[in-house]
Design a protein around this ligand. Structure first.
Ligand code: ADP
Ligand code: MG
Ligand code: ZN
Length: 557
């Protein structure tokens, strides 16, 4: 070690090499951990300063730090900055001329590099060299890419799984901005760093307004939205390449300067669109989720999800691209059941389909939340927050709540008595005293809370359980059969009688009521709602979530 890991030794390094006077939240802890040769899993929001967490130790420790990064653009940006600060850094890029590649290889071999960036696809090429040189640490950036449970799986990351075994004494750092608890566990497992210490920085971005609206007449809603936002930069995420183009065209016809972006375009086209956006030449980008990783633009004022994202990790990552300057930004999610149907089709063929279905369901539950959206989001990532944010659509216009402390205690107690091992359906069955094979096979009729909430219908009870998920009282463990478990908050409710408020149900009907313009329309909607819920539940064997948004009904016809 060139420098100790004491703060007073690290601060001058921070100042000299990076020009900063102090650490951001969690940076020092992560740095000290890796400098004590511990494996580390650092979950910090975008812009939180993850790079510094490996760059500074790289300078402080002997040897070369190997940084794995998914995109050439990301590597180049970082290496440029490091070099400008006089730090010996390089990246491997197969499109570099042969001579350049050779030169970098020489630098790597001679041990003169403090940081060496490499894509997961090419790391194998350097295996022999890595065995010869002194390596200070491995940093796996955007580590969620290793997990097929996450939202941006890259098969090439799988190669990183054997690093730990081959380089036993070298600490491995995994860094990401988006990993729910399931993904966090999986990253640690895939990288063979089960004992990695976890640093979870706050995910809260209080300046982002969280808004969810029914997907009816999306185009009209978007035009209204944009009317008040001339000159502001924003991104509209769509589900398909085609729809990014169609939407961009429509917006152009309405006089907006919008461009499409998707993975099907040529690299040149994409770079052009990206640069035009970053340099404020094109204010609006209609994009697939291919857009955004590594784009560092601070003044994105809004993000719209034209379609429902696949899961909350992706959603949070995407809305997180707005408001990086800390100024207010508006995020708007359109929710329609048609999107859910579409997404279920996409997911059906993919790996881990069951987990992805479960995550999609959780996404839906978020969209249908009846309490503060931020509470739901933050708890999903493992941050236990209970205070309403005041900056989301629900906090702005809250539904009516009732004191549900007793009901919640019963629900939590049932979860506890089943050893937190059962999924939602079984929990509800047990609470309602259902007499079915599943319950009997597991002997759950002997659970003390069996039949404790007979008076509430299955559907309503399910809605309450979902509300408890959204309030961070309960959580779903996707990797373990979607079993439901208790959070620390649940324990406070059970043992310290902390009061709980739940929203009065049938508000979905109330929402339809508010939205319908005529009595006839209202009746029609209610009827369709009923039929739809029933059909979906039956056909797909999924819980009949409350569906609102008549666009979805329309689309289903
Ligand atoms: P992340 O990878 O977490 O999204 P970056 O590592 O790209 O974030 O850092 C985001 C920005 O914050 C960069 O411009 C970086 O220079 C800056 N930054 C990092 N650490 C600090 C610090 N301690 N003080 C001030 N700025 C910092
Ligand atoms: Mg980063
Ligand atoms: Zn809120």
């Amino acid at each position: 070690m060139l420098v100790t890991d004491r703060k007073e030794h690290l601060l001058p390094l921070l100042k000299t090499h990076f020009g900063y006077d102090n650490f951001r939240p969690n940076q020092l802890e992560v740095i000290q951990d890796v400098m004590s040769t511990n494996d580390v899993l650092a979950i910090m929001p975008t812009g939180g300063g993850k790079s510094l967490c490996f760059q500074l130790p790289a300078l402080a420790l002997e040897g070369t730090a190997i940084v794995v990064s998914p995109l050439i653009a990301l590597m180049k940006d970082q290496v440029d900055v490091l070099q400008a600060n006089g730090i010996a850094a390089a990246y491997s890029n197969s499109s570099q001329p042969y001579e350049v590649q050779q030169e970098i290889l020489q630098q790597l071999k001679s041990g003169s590099l403090k940081l060496f960036y490499v894509a997961p696809e090419s790391i194998g090429q350097f295996d022999a060299v890595f065995q010869e040189i002194k390596i200070s640490l491995f940093a796996i950036d955007e580590a969620h890419c290793i997990s097929s449970w996450g939202h941006d799986f890259r098969p090439a990351y799988a190669q990183l799984g054997s690093l730990k075994a081959r380089f036993l004494d070298i600490p491995v750092m995994a860094l990401t901005a988006t990993a729910d608890k399931t993904t966090q566990d999986d990253i640690a497992e895939q990288l063979s760093i089960p004992h990695a210490s976890r640093h979870l920085a706050s995910f809260n971005r209080p300046n982002l307004y969280l808004d969810v609206r029914p997907g009816q007449d999306r185009m009209k809603q978007i035009l209204n939205f944009l009317r008040e936002r001339s000159d502001e930069s924003g991104i509209i995420y769509c589900l398909s390449r085609k729809s990014t183009q169609l939407l961009a065209e429509k917006l152009q016809q309405s006089g907006y300067d919008a461009k499409a972006y998707h993975a099907g375009m040529s690299t040149e086209e994409r770079t052009q669109v990206q640069e035009d956006f970053i340099n404020d030449r094109t204010p609006i980008i209609c994009a697939t989720i291919a857009f955004g990783m590594g784009i560092d633009k601070s003044n994105v004022r809004w993000v719209i999800h034209y379609n429902l994202p696949k899961n909350l990790e992706g959603y949070y990552q995407e809305i997180g691209r707005s408001g990086r300057d800390g100024l207010p930004a508006h995020t708007l999610l359109f929710y329609s059941y048609a999107d859910v149907v579409q997404l279920r089709k996409f997911i059906a063929d993919s790996e881990n389909a069951q987990v992805q279905f479960a995550k999609l369901e959780r996404m839906q539950q978020y969209a249908e939340a009846l309490s503060c959206r931020r509470i739901a989001l933050l708890n999903y990532f493992g941050e236990h927050v209970t205070e309403g944010c005041g900056n989301c659509d629900i906090c702005k216009a809250p539904p009516s709540y009732f004191d549900a402390t007793l009901l919640t205690q019963k629900i939590c107690s049932a979860v506890a008595r089943m050893n937190e091992k059962e999924p939602m359906g079984t929990l509800i069955d047990v609470l309602r005293g259902a007499q079915n094979a599943q319950v009997f096979e597991k002997g759950l009729q002997h659970v003390k809370t069996y039949g404790a909430v007979k008076e509430i219908s299955w559907q309503d009870l399910q809605q309450y359980v979902i509300q408890l998920l959204n309030q961070g009282v309960l959580e779903i463990n996707f990797r373990e059969n979607s079993r439901i478990s208790l959070t620390p908050l649940a324990k406070e409710i059970l043992y310290d009688k902390k009061p709980v408020q739940l929203a009065v149900l049938n508000q979905v009907e109330q929402q339809v009521e508010k939205k319908a313009r005529t009595r006839k329309e209202k009746q029609g909607l209610f009827e369709k709602l009923r039929v739809l819920r029933y059909q979906i539940a039956k056909e797909q064997g999924v819980p009949a979530y409350v569906v609102f948004g008549d666009a979805s009904l329309k689309d289903m016809e």
